[in-house]
Design a protein around this ligand. Structure first.
Ligand code: HMG
Length: 382
């Protein structure tokens, strides 16, 4: 029985900052961002947006095409959680009208946990193939001002429906894993921005993803040439190029950038979307490539701290009948461009507090955070 990604949808934020704007005000050559990092812009939430509003928008569009009564679990993966206790997915039940007999939990391991959620869903469907699972990856990547990470901020969500006999990608059994305790990027409970050792993070990413490939290669009869396209977690898109070059050197196989070129268009425009980044790479590859039917995709998932997984999936025959590139174009095109001063104000006014406040309606998105009352977050459809 085939199990995998049946359908997916994405959402991002109300605002966008063009990296040329940041470069100009910081006296940096814009090519450092556009070529050096491979990034053009990053999404930024309005005060009434967060991981829940983005997730609700992506999931609402997705579920409008499906029978919600078949869904049995919501697995919500995020690095930028809004509560230490309550799972973000629980808010979706009310907002999306999900039945009460649906389980909801949140998963964490930096940018990696979306992959854990996907694999948990695939394993659960193997036992109960008539059921469906909603996997959400949603994040706001927010770094401190004037740090190396600042141009790699971003925000976005990908909602995926995991089922038997999927329309898009069958997830193949057998993954390669790598876990090592390394402090390359971490965010203590009392900090709204991460601590980052930039160079260590690059090294840790390359070491862990290569080791995950080695683990898979030792377990499955699979050569690097059996993979038709590679997808990566893209903290910035140049990272995918670095990983492919490292993999080529490690395996002694020539690996052309054509293997990843189509996977980068959305992440270039969104910035780092942490858990969602790998799945935006998948979305871009499916949208930009008309000849993927029957092809094998190799997924490199990485989350600082650090956990990596390499797994594969087979693109299904009629996948082009089940994709909606115009929805992504609308999400990207509808964003309102920030001036540098507006960006700075928005960044400084970020509310990560449980104290009572209300937000003015800013976002045009279908769901918004109306504020916090008596320590409780309030969301509404609009
Ligand atoms: P930096 O010091 O600002 O940049 O840090 P740099 O000096 O290393 O330059 C970056 C690139 O631009 C270099 O290219 C330069 O040569 C080039 P490279 O040598 O690497 O190929 N460059 C130029 N190119 C063209 N024209 C120019 C020019 N000038 C320079 N004029 C760093 C970069 C990535 C470290 C920083 O942005 C950072 O700390 N980012 C945050 C951490 C990060 O994204 N790490 C990635 C791996 S870890 C990960 O992916 C996990 C993560 O997503 C979190 C999670 O798991 O939750 C972060």
């Amino acid at each position: 029985m085939k199990i995998g990604i049946h359908d997916l949808e994405v959402a991002t934020t109300h605002y966008v900052l063009d990296l040329d704007t940041l470069a100009e005000r910081h006296g940096i050559d814009p090519k450092k961002f556009s070529i050096g990092l491979g990034q053009d812009a990053f999404s930024m939430p309005a005060p009434d947006e967060d991981i829940v509003t983005m997730a609700a928008e992506a999931a609402d569009t997705l579920l409008a095409r499906h029978d919600v009564s078949k869904i049995r679990q919501v697995l919500f993966a995020t690095e930028s959680s809004v509560d230490q206790s309550k799972a973000a997915g629980v808010y979706l039940h009310e907002l999306l009208g999900l039945p009460a007999n649906v389980r909801s939990v949140e998963l964490k391991q930096a940018c990696y946990s979306g992959t854990a959620a996907l694999q948990m869903a695939v394993n659960a469907i193997a036992r109960t193939p008539e059921e469906q699972i909603l996997v959400i990856t949603s994040d706001v990547a927010r770094y401190a001002l004037e740090t190396g990470g600042e141009p790699t901020q971003g925000a976005g969500a990908v909602a995926m429906l995991i089922t038997a006999n999927p329309n898009l990608v069958e997830i193949e059994p057998g993954s390669g894993f790598h876990t090592s305790d390394v402090n390359d990027f971490w965010r203590p409970n009392d900090s709204t921005t991460p601590y980052v050792d930039g160079q260590l993070s690059l090294d840790a990413y390359l070491t862990a993803t290569t080791a995950a490939w080695d683990d898979l290669a030792a377990r499955r009869d699979l050569s690097i040439d059996d993979v038709d396209k590679f997808l990566h977690h893209q903290p910035f898109t140049k990272m995918a190029r670095k990983q492919l070059a490292a993999l080529a050197e490690h395996t002694g196989h020539e690996l052309s950038d054509e293997l990843i070129e189509e996977s980068m268009s959305y992440n270039r425009a969104l910035g780092n979307t942490y858990t969602a980044s790998l799945y935006f790479a998948l979305t871009a590859q499916l949208h930009n490539n008309e000849n993927l039917a029957g092809k094998r995709l190799g997924f490199f998932s990485y989350g600082s701290g650090a956990v990596a997984e390499f797994f594969t999936g087979m693109v299904q025959e009629n996948y082009r009948d089940h994709i909606y590139p115009e929805h992504v174009a609308k999400q990207l095109g509808n964003r309102v461009e920030l001036t540098y001063d507006e960006y700075r104000t928005l960044h400084s006014d970020f509310a990560a507090t449980s104290e009572t406040y209300t937000t003015q309606p800013t976002t045009h998105a279908p769901f918004r955070l109306s504020g916090v009352t008596e320590f409780q977050r309030r969301y509404e459809a609009q």
